[in-house]
Ligand binder design. Structure first.
Ligand SMILES: [Zn+2]
Length: 254
């Protein structure tokens, strides 16, 4: 039986309210033993804490996601410190920069991102990073602050950008996009990258793989990602399953 880790799934999302128990059941049957659940805003923290208290396979991360900038207030940064003092977390996340959506003010995003990188370093926690049209700035910011570890989730950059992240000791989170044959650049990175830098993710309920196009995504679908990556690398799926779960254990310390 495979032992898989979904390193990124928003299973607290209201889209799972109708069948969350069944979703966990399907994940368990597919061999998903651990699921990292990143936060999006302050309001999501208690929801995620409650979920992870009830489900030991769900591992919480707390943070302020760049896409939800309108919901954030400066005082939420201090609230995050307070929350991390009294609640177990495996990471600070989801944090990052999104220069794709024009309504998100870059200066405000930068402030939340930098402050949360400092919080992660102060608490000795890894970061779960969202980078869209912002890969170079995300990398240079993390390099400047230093003393960080973590994962760039749903990595979609070039091989050169990936190499800069590996130099910093960062992991790449790979999910549904790699299952599409047209994703040539990403597939080349995933086929040749160091195995010890690889994490699997679904990003549920978003980013379904080619076999589930247009559907709500969920952790059980991680198996499709696993099989595509194993095929690209020419190894057995169990090799990728074992290595990526080891990587997740090392990074998130569970
Ligand atoms: Zn996410």
């Amino acid at each position: 039986m495979l032992e898989l880790t979904d390193s990124h799934a928003h299973i607290d999302d209201a889209g799972f309210d109708g069948d969350r128990d069944a979703m966990f059941e399907r994940a368990g049957r597919a061999g998903i033993r651990h699921i990292v659940v990143p936060a999006i805003d302050k309001a999501s923290w208690t929801r995620i804490a409650d979920l992870c208290n009830k489900r030991p396979q769900a591992l919480p991360a707390y943070g302020l996601h760049p896409i939800f900038l309108k919901q954030h207030r400066r005082e939420h940064l201090n609230d995050l410190r307070t929350y991390l003092e009294s609640n177990h977390a495996v990471a600070v996340g989801e944090i990052g920069l999104d220069f794709f959506l024009p309504e998100l003010d870059p200066a405000a995003q930068r402030e939340y991102f930098v402050q949360q990188l400092h919080i992660a370093r102060d608490f000795d926690l890894p970061v779960i990073v969202h980078a869209r049209r912002a890969m170079d700035e995300v990398t240079s910011t993390m390099k400047r602050i230093g003393g960080l570890r973590g994962v760039v989730h749903s990595f979609s950059g070039s091989l050169q950008q990936a190499e800069k992240l590996w130099e910093l000791g960062f992991h790449l989170g790979i999910g549904g996009p790699v299952t599409y044959e047209r994703a040539q650049r990403l597939r080349h990175v995933v086929a040749t990258m160091p195995m010890e830098r690889l994490l699997l993710e679904t990003d549920a309920p978003d980013q379904p793989g080619a076999c589930h196009r247009g559907e709500r995504n969920e952790p059980a679908n991680l198996v499709e990602v696993l099989e595509v990556i194993a095929g690209l690398r020419g190894v057995d799926a169990s090799v990728v399953a074992h290595a990526t779960t080891d990587n997740a254990r090392g990074l998130f310390r569970f």
